[in-house]
Design a protein around this ligand. Structure first.
Ligand SMILES: NC(=O)c1ccc[n+]([C@@H]2O[C@H](COP(=O)([O-])OP(=O)(O)OC[C@H]3O[C@@H](n4cnc5c(N)ncnc54)[C@H](OP(=O)(O)O)[C@@H]3O)[C@@H](O)[C@H]2O)c1
Length: 239
């Protein structure tokens, strides 16, 4: 399915998987609404994309963990783009520590960003898709959403919850031709992984953000009557 002239909002678009997906969608002619907290990252990506491709790129800075701020930003982006076909809920943080030792404020912030942010953004975006009777929502979960590991209580809880939200919403809106998908990548070579000290194995063979973007593109190009429900993407590099 051609994606040209569709519109997409990507949260966490300033770097990593979000940025790689923005670039991949721009190449397909998709108009973009980019959201993150850091304005400089968004402005530089906006500049890069609008000078290379004939697409519209709107940006909005917002912390998705703050409901009113997130809602305003998404409403602004939808208003500027005029429609919304694709929502990529990608903004996320990883903080690790034992449940006993981890600062409760940090623990809650992981949940607020990864789970509540996904909920806040989706809740505001959904009416546009319901009105037009179609759209695709892709939520970036993680292998941490499928199994727990020591020091991962906050991150694993947030990503398990994203998978639950995804499946429940999928059941609510599939009859409205809205496809809801969750992706569960293993470790990807981004700032998030490096800063969290995740094991990366052989660096040359580590999975890249562009690889996840390829899967997102493939999911979006499926005929509108079908959708990827949940998909993992792993590297052949043992970690
Ligand atoms: N890297 C991995 O190994 C891996 C594996 C599986 C799943 N994931 C998931 O993939 C997603 C993207 O991660 P990544 O690896 O690409 O990380 P990244 O390179 O650190 O990028 C994260 C993006 O999210 C934005 N962000 C973070 N907190 C935000 C907030 N509260 N409000 C708005 N934007 C926020 C960041 O920008 P600002 O700081 O400017 O806001 C940045 O643009 C996350 O959901 C992560 O959990 C990552």
């Amino acid at each position: 399915m051609a994606l040209e002239n569709q519109t997409a909002i990507i949260t966490g678009a300033g770097k990593g998987i979000g940025k790689a997906t923005a670039i991949a969608l721009a190449k397909e002619g998709v108009n973009l609404g980019l959201l993150a907290r850091n304005r400089a990252d968004l402005e530089s990506l906006q500049q890069e994309l609008t000078s290379a491709y004939r697409i519209k790129v709107s940006i909005a800075t917002a912390d998705v963990s703050k409901r009113a701020v997130a809602e305003r930003a998404v409403e602004t982006l939808i208003g500027e783009l005029g429609s919304l076909d694709i929502l990529l809920n990608n903004a996320g943080v990883a903080q690790f520590g034992t449940l006993a030792d981890m600062d409760p404020e940090q623990w809650e912030q992981v949940i607020r960003t990864n789970l509540m942010g996904t909920y806040y953004v989706t809740r505001v975006a959904l009416p546009t898709m319901l009105k037009q009777n179609g759209g695709t929502i892709i939520n970036i979960a993680s292998t941490a959403g499928e199994r727990g590991f020591a020091t991962g209580s906050a991150y694993c809880a947030s990503k398990h919850a994203v998978l639950g939200l995804t499946e429940a919403l999928m059941q609510e809106v599939r009859k409205s031709n809205i496809r809801v998908t969750a992706l569960t990548p293993s470790t990807v070579n981004t700032d998030l992984a490096v800063n969290a000290g995740l094991p990366i194995g052989d660096e040359d063979r580590m999975m890249q953000a562009e690889d996840v973007a390829e899967l997102i593109l493939a999911a979006l190009k499926l005929p509108p009557r079908v959708f990827l429900k949940t998909a993992g993407i792993w590297t052949t590099n043992p970690q």
